[in-house]
Write a protein that binds this ligand. Structure first.
Ligand code: CU
Length: 78
């Protein structure tokens, strides 16, 4: 099992959370999706066979852009 995080600055309400959860959750191999409304971080747990690109594609498909996530700096509040 692998866990990856994606910084998605466009997350602003529960609609965004649901749209991203639905799109990313539909990617084969994805087990769990958590969308943080406060930190705007999408956390994806998957089987390890899922490419980062496939998840980014799904987030884009939902209508949101992904920024590179830097866990050492942390996230700026909008
Ligand atoms: Cu929204």
């Amino acid at each position: 099992m692998a866990v990856e995080r994606f910084n998605v600055p466009g997350v602003s309400c529960n609609h965004c959370v649901q749209a991203i959860s639905k799109e990313v959750g539909a990617v084969p191999g994805v087990k769990k999706v958590e969308v943080g409304l406060q930190d705007k971080v999408v956390t994806v747990e998957h089987e390890g066979s899922v490419s980062r690109e496939a998840i980014i594609d799904a987030i884009n498909e939902a209508g949101y852009d992904v920024s590179p996530y830097d866990s050492t700096i942390g996230l700026q509040q909008a």
